[in-house]
Design a protein around this ligand. Sequence first.
Ligand code: PMP
Length: 418
Amino acid sequence: LKDQYAAENPRSRELMAEAESWMPGGNTRSVLHFDPFPLVIEKGEGAKLYDVNGHVMLDCVGEFSAGLYGHSEPAILKAVSEAMSSGIVLGGPNLYEARLAELVCKRFASMDLVRFCNSGTEANVLAAVTAREVTGRSAIVVFDGAYHGGVMTFAGGQNPMNVPFDWIVLPYNDPAAAREVFIKNGRRIAAVFVEPVLGAAGNIAGTYEFLQTLREETEKSGSLLIFDEVKTSRLGGGGVQGILGITPDMTTLGKYLGGGFTLGAFGGRADIMTRFNPHEPGSLKHAGTFNNNVCSMAAGIAGLSSVFTKERAEAFLKQSESFRLRLGEALTNVHPDFHVTGLGSLISIHFASVEPKSGADTTKETRQFRDLLSLKGLLGGVAFTGRGDIFLSLPMTDSDMEIILKLIVSTATEYLDF
Ligand code: PMP
């Protein structure tokens, strides 16, 4: 199959070889590395991608969830071009920032006040620093398999490029381990960072008991519970915190928040975020040239106010969750070891005797299946991420979803024959 892929994509191979002259590996996003080479994308439209070799694909990469709106949402294009016509960078508070802040704070229960930055990574680093300042403590609890950004990665051991905080890494979905760490280290812990659905490790949903335990233990010990909802905030009208009714002290956001443009946000309880108020003596400083760039702000406002309204978010959760469950049934019929994990539009497929509950549960068979799925998809007109995550987007139609489902099920059948 790899030979077929290489033969069908000569232009991508050429362009990637040229790119390697200037960038190690040919691009600046490690996650886009693909063996033998990734496809070079020429354009996107709605839920479709067009590559330089002339192929059209349904886009399940969905820019790793930032592509919620697809590639050409008219309301976003209009808002951005209107904003651009009044200047690209303004270097002052502008007409957009507070409106976006209001939309965000009204949507997520934990966010009384918010600050913007440029990416999910930045949002998490800033939230971590905030927690250390506010609590006067140093340790930060994270979970094995978590991805909180390029410098906060905890899959398969610690990333040597991680910011050198005092990390404590625990197994995901293990309330007993969490209770124990608080008994032993409670007074040292500034914050617990958790993705309510463990994303990069294969979209594994946190159980209510696990997340509620984290809520109780952090509250008892005076440390902060931080939900990284960079991906999961798209689930329903108020993110996973809204679905479960568990309110963290702080929340971080990113991905689709800027309508597809670069943006991150961190926010939380007023007494925490007030520490950034420059009217107060000893306030925390957080600057950033592009924190309030008009392009991301205008796109974000258009997205949240006229496209991905709370109502639409609820409907999209229902529609995508029904797709996920249908896919699960279809794959179980192929073989009972297939599991379709995640929630709503954040989906992964696993092959294992029991459904995975943590990052360590990803099996060799799961990886093999996902490799096959990526290749079969690229050859068959559906782009999946190299590591097998599936992201649905708003412009996908029911018939698009049917095509995706059929391709996955036929690949599953083929996988068993290998
Ligand atoms: N947190 C989570 C849960 C993420 O999935 C990501 C990105 N994949 C990040 C943080 C980092 O966001 P960014 O890529 O915008 O820095």
